[in-house]
Design a protein around this ligand. Structure first.
Ligand SMILES: Nc1ccnc(=O)[nH]1
Length: 413
């Protein structure tokens, strides 16, 4: 028994992924202060009843600025280029208020689905200017009570081919951009695009999170150039690539070599199942390929990976509820994950994305912010298998949502 009585709040009887038996989690000043089987203290208590506590989900790749566009365009496109063109046509009319309202809708769904940290990719170019950036900065401020939002600014429609884009990117990096992205396949000069993005990243000392490839032809790619730049600039551990669908088209020996290259240069991979599955394999009349890179296998080869949301209710992905648990379950299903791999699938939306974002204070451990969500299940593997209800969530020790269990109304006997 612990004699301390200095906690503001104690979670009683919580199952964590690391402790063999349920523990109590004591919170002081918004931070986790102790994790022990039975904390003796008079503080306010929440009885978790042996349910699973997680440190919240981490979404490394979500486009808030172009979310919730269903109904504004016909959804008759099928390729990534058509989706980019459809949004390019619409975004001239986006206002800060409009972007804020659509982003807030997605953020609030993410919060009630247990996300506590998020990196959002914001388009910066002469068509949208800094309106998306301003709206997302306002969202970041408005939702600090529930979620840490990191802003990754990027030129979706190319950089060297888009006069004015670079100046706007620099303005955003001067004014609160937390990371920089890129999309070399949209540029007429992909290598020059990467050179500029890496140069800006170094100049502003920010991490890099790129959109890399969106097809299933592994006979050419920009992956090697990304690894080369990462090593040349000593940026190991600070670079991620999103989608990387070409990796799904590699036979095992080539995949192994690519994994070794990525692991060796410290380049992480984010798989976006909803979009990758929706946009890939469109040319096939039957036996369509999935186009989904198998992240948990790359992890076994030493590559840091995450699974994330990407797009919600827009031409890239006309689906979405911003639930990372649902995404991890979806990923596990499509990626043929075995039951013994379900825990590794949960890692892809928790510990590993936290590492990808270089978050140093994530996890249920003393000293870290008391960011906790309670799931109506008893283990990480069962969270993936069952898609349990998320019953409550806390940010810095303060409750941010509650979900009541459904009530069955049985007929009277
Ligand atoms: N280049 C992109 C690929 C997929 N989704 C996006 O939003 N952007």
């Amino acid at each position: 028994m612990n004699a301390k009585t200095a906690f503001d709040l104690i979670f009683r009887n919580a199952r964590t992924r690391t402790a063999a038996n349920p523990v109590d989690i004591g919170v002081t000043g918004g931070r986790i202060a102790a994790i022990e089987p039975r904390l003796a203290c008079e503080a306010a208590e929440i009885d978790v009843g042996g349910r699973l506590a997680l440190p919240g989900f981490v979404d490394t790749h979500i486009h808030l600025d172009k979310a919730c566009l269903l109904g504004r365009c016909g959804h008759d496109h099928g390729s990534v280029a058509e989706a980019i063109a459809a949004v390019a046509a619409m975004k001239r009319d986006f206002t800060v208020e409009d972007i804020y309202a659509r982003g807030a809708r997605v953020i609030e769904r993410a919060i009630v689905h247990g996300t506590t940290r998020m990196r959002t990719h914001v388009e910066i170019d002469p068509r949208i200017g800094l309106r998306g950036f301003e709206a997302v900065k306002a969202l970041k401020r408005a939702y600090t009570w529930a979620l840490d939002l990191s802003i990754c600014v990027f030129p979706q429609e190319g950089l060297t081919n888009d006069p004015g884009a670079e100046e706007l990117l620099i303005a955003a990096l001067r004014d609160g951009g937390d990371a920089i992205g890129g999309c070399p396949y949209m540029d007429t000069d992909p290598n020059a695009h990467l050179e500029k993005i890496f140069g800006l990243a170094q100049e502003f000392d920010v991490d890099i999170d790129l959109h890399l490839d969106f097809d299933l032809d592994p006979s050419w790619w920009h992956l090697e150039e990304v690894c080369r730049q990462t090593e040349r600039r000593n940026y190991q551990g600070r670079v991620a690539i999103g989608h990387a669908t070409k990796l799904s088209a590699l036979p095992p020996d080539r995949l192994k070599a690519a994994a070794a290259r990525l692991a060796g240069s410290g380049v992480a991979v984010t798989v976006l199942p909803a979009t990758d599955l929706y946009l890939m394999g469109r040319d096939a009349t039957h036996n369509a390929p999935r186009g989904l890179t198998v992240a948990h296998k790359l992890v076994e080869s030493g590559v840091l990976c995450s699974v994330a949301t990407n797009n919600v209710l827009n031409p890239f992905t006309p689906f979405g509820d911003a639930s990372l648990l649902r995404m991890a379950n979806f990923y596990a299903n499509v990626a043929h994950a075995g039951v013994s791999e379900f825990d590794a699938c949960l890692d892809l939306v928790t510990e590993l994305p936290a590492r990808l974002m270089n978050l140093r204070d994530y996890g249920i451990a003393p000293g870290n912010p008391a960011d906790l969500i309670i799931l109506d299940t008893d283990s990480g593997a069962n969270a993936i298998a069952e898609l349990p209800d998320m019953l409550m969530g806390f940010k810095n020790g303060r409750q941010v949502f509650e979900r009541r269990k459904p009530t069955l109304f049985r007929p009277q006997a």
